[in-house]
Design a protein around this ligand. Sequence first.
Ligand code: SAH
Ligand code: SF4
Length: 328
Amino acid sequence: MDARGVDSFESMSNIPKEERARLARSFSLELPRVVERTEPASDGSRKYLFVLDDGNRIEAVFMPMGERTSICLSSQAGCAVGCTFCVTGFFGAGRNLRPSEMIGQFHTVRREHAIPMELLNVVFMGMGEPLLNFENVATTLEILETQIAPKRITISTSGIIPGIEELAKLERRPNLAVSINAPDRKRREEIMPITRKYPLADLIDCLRRFPLEKGREMTIEYVLLAGYNDAPSDGAALARLIRGLHAKVNVIPFNEDPNLPPWMKRPTEEAIDDFVESLVDHGAKVTVRRSKGREIAAACGQLRGRGESIRRRDSSGHAASGNSRSGV
Ligand code: SAH
Ligand code: SF4
């Protein structure tokens, strides 16, 4: 599949015939194969599970958002960063996805819903850490940007400082979203061990240097864990930490999962409201990801995660029923 949605070299009429035949012998335009689609959630969101040619499984999410639609893509088949609240992190490192595999997710989801390009946003918020697959993600951006404006594309990162610095050098930069998730270094080290390599203070400095185009702001993502980082005082500390950054906070209530530590719970609606209020009182701009589909997207990896735990149970001799896959 190429950027124009053409799915065979034979149909690329702008390329000479012999060249087309040579390309067809050397490369593949095959799309990753969809093995499972969730039923649309109440807001129309749908999650797709793909299998790649080497058997790796990855996810993408279709998210209608009013006038526009977002497609959430995976950048790696797994993740080595190992955040303790993340199912993808729990299952560990995988390989980097090739540009064709990222573009393939995009076109497969887009085609099923026939959304015009000009109404699409693309977010690299699925499985994996996009800035640890920088070259392939940069190539994918170049391809996408032939049809989608960079301001419609967002890269979400756990705070890989050298990757953010590389991103800053791109001429056509996507939006930047950074998963901060804790109001201080100690707690961030506990739930995001990568903080030991890229300390929180250095990360915030790096964000202060990031060149933002006029009219744009970055996103600070904050996964809200009940009783851990959801106190109003944590909201105040977060607002102080990011003061002066041209940013909005996206509060993501934790999405529970059987593969994650049992103490990790989604806060009550009241606690979420109090946290948001505290952020706002301390001068932050805030959005909250409340609806089911958004949470599905935030916790990319959970659909594959269910399959993996089923496989594990299978190998230990306990037959898993197909029913355990239903009910996203
Ligand atoms: N690796 C990148 C992008 C993929 S994760 C990153 O970490 O930013 C996308 C978002 O999902 C991140 O903000 C992450 O903090 C959030 N997330 C991961 N697991 C989650 C869970 N169980 N519940 C809610 N949000 C989660
Ligand atoms: Fe990787 Fe992002 Fe999950 Fe952390 S939250 S383990 S960086 S995918």
